[in-house]
Design a protein around this ligand. Sequence first.
Ligand code: PLP
Length: 388
Amino acid sequence: MIKVRSLFPILTSHPELVYLDSANTTLKSDLLLKALAKYYHHHLTNVGRSSTDWSTWITRQYQLAHQDAGELVGAKSDNIIFTYSSTYAINMVRYGIQHTLRPGDIILLTLHEHNSNLLPWLALAKQTGAQVKYMEELPLSDLPMVKLFSYSLVSNLTGEVYDYHNLTTQIRKQGGLVLVDATQAVPHLDVSIDRLNCDFLVYSAHKVYGMTGLGVLYIADDQLQSLTPMVYGSQTFSHIDRSDYNLLSSAERFEPGTPNIEGALGLRVGLQLLRAFRHREEALGEYFLDQLRQHRLDRFLIGSTDPATRHIPIFSLAHPTVHPHDIAMLLESQQIIVRAGKSCADIPAQHLGETRGVIRASLGIYNTQQDIDRFITGYKQALNRLGG
Ligand SMILES: Cc1ncc(COP(=O)(O)O)c(C=O)c1O
């Protein structure tokens, strides 16, 4: 059986490294470095600019990356736009729909949103006079005023998976829009835009073993024409003269200028790895939970502990007296890397009563049972040393 660890240079350079921060960003593989080297050594040119062999090759790779990115969520490549990150993709939608909002309209969020799916909407509400409300507190009578529901399919703090099928169906039926932040979902779950019934969906390449600097935005057919582009430039128009232009009707209208070519190559490699190895995580997630229970550390877990709640392998531990940054530093001294703090989820942390933050351990395709054992031992030792 292939040792997935051996595919990641940082793990081979640091054999003792236990990387438990994949929800933050995933490690980069040798295959990714090789794909970049192939481009730099043998094909370096821009996409879509000429009919030379090199340009044809890289243009094809760039198109295939859109196809792969779409397939991951059951979408056609025609509906996929590459941006810089999930954050940027959400902001493209914010900008693109701002002209449709009126004072009194409701932008609906949830209390488990990452800051990147919160701030853009608070800003939009300020700008338009619309109001931000939270699904958990929404009176039914307000539902008809919802113009946009933007929610994360998975909490990046607790790993809980959410299903709002009935709500999204109702909101879309009455003409509201639905955006799904699938940034933490796609690394672990089968995601389908058909099942989600959404207008927009976003995720980031660097969470699926690709590079930073590339985000994916799915836009449903009927929104492709009505969303106002945030950035204008070359490669996006069917006609241009001294005083006017016509934008392309396809998704390319949203990708002006030279794109992140390396990011697209990296995404293709990352998705290949994800397809090959993602299935290993489920058992490992169960092992993690089991070990937390055996060592009585599950009492520090935040979020729902109901066994019926669906989870991806993200575990956040909040100790009542020991500060998470102190624990993280002691873990790092043993080459165990975790996230400490609020994980860019300030409102969810507040909602769960965690003002100091947590230690978050999240799994990726390269993790092993030994990594989890090392974490459990290291966490207990840190608590002992810090008087917890
Ligand atoms: C749920 C969620 N949404 C959005 C983001 C923002 O992603 P990016 O930093 O790639 O823009 C993250 C990053 O952790 C996230 O976990």
